[in-house]
Design a protein around this ligand. Structure first.
Ligand code: MN
Length: 255
């Protein structure tokens, strides 16, 4: 099995190392990642300047890798079209440091890289460690789960156009739940500050406010309860239920 690993935390991320270490004995692993942290860049791509790529190998040159001065989606596009010698059987984006739950997936570079995979017909996983405040993050349980899932994916196929968004709580997880995306909102997002020259600047951060709507089947709830959350995600944002309703509207060309 040929596996492409990417990670929006950048090429030096611990989550990349945890993945190739877990997978190199069971798969042919390729790595492509941005040259710096590009978390929360969403699905951005670089089209107004050149992209520079440098080969950078791991594990005594047994794992081939590339560092790219672009976004996570750039890395996937470059790999699929120009860098890796044959199409991968699986793309794994992660292990991201920090959760990607609910509405996070719309901003997430991690999930966007996996979406780029499924757009191009490559079965894809997004794997995140839902442990934002650990001083020394422990990726071992997330890596072990991903490795076990790789075994399962030799027998079962992911449906086309669907990725698995996986969030792993701190070790040891209590179990695994298949979930839907919950709702996450951030509070105190904009921090207004003053620089040493007296000019005002803003820093966007905030704390997540997990909106618990009482549904035990959300990813937010699963991780809060200590379970690994597995959510099938696709990129069709169409509200299919509302198509019939809007067809009754007297929409006109105008003019
Ligand atoms: Mn990240």
């Amino acid at each position: 099995m040929r596996v492409l690993v990417t990670n929006d935390d950048g090429i030096h991320a611990e989550g990349i190392k945890a993945l190739w270490r877990a997978l190199e004995s069971v798969a042919e692993v390729f790595v492509a990642a941005p040259d710096r942290e590009r978390s929360a860049v969403g699905h951005g791509i670089t089209v107004h300047r050149p992209l520079r790529v440098r080969e950078m190998n791991f594990s005594g040159n047994r794992v081939r890798g590339w560092v790219v001065d672009g976004t996570p989606a750039d890395c996937v596009k470059l790999c699929l079209e120009a860098l890796i010698p044959a199409p991968p059987d699986l793309l794994i984006s992660g292990i991201n440091l920090g959760a990607n739950l609910g509405t996070d997936v719309l901003y997430s570079g991690t999930v966007s890289a996996a979406i780029e995979g499924i757009i191009n017909g490559v079965p894809s996983l997004a794997v995140s460690l839902a442990a934002d405040n650990q001083a020394e993050p422990d990726f071992s349980c997330a890596a072990a789960f991903t490795r076990a899932l790789l075994g399962l994916l030799r027998e079962r196929r992911l449906p086309p156009g669907t990725l698995l968004n996986i969030n792993v709580p701190p070790c040891p997880p209590r179990g695994v739940r298949v979930t839907r995306l919950g709702f996450r909102r951030y509070v105190n997002v904009i921090d207004r500050r003053t620089d040493p020259r007296g000019r005002v600047y803003f820093w966007m951060a905030g704390e997540p406010l997990d909106v618990d709507d009482g549904d035990p089947d959300t990813d937010v709830r699963a991780v809060a309860d200590g379970y690994i959350s597995v959510t099938p995600v696709h990129f069709d944002l169409t509200n299919h239920e509302m198509i019939a309703e809007f067809k009754t509207w007297p929409l006109q060309v105008g003019g």
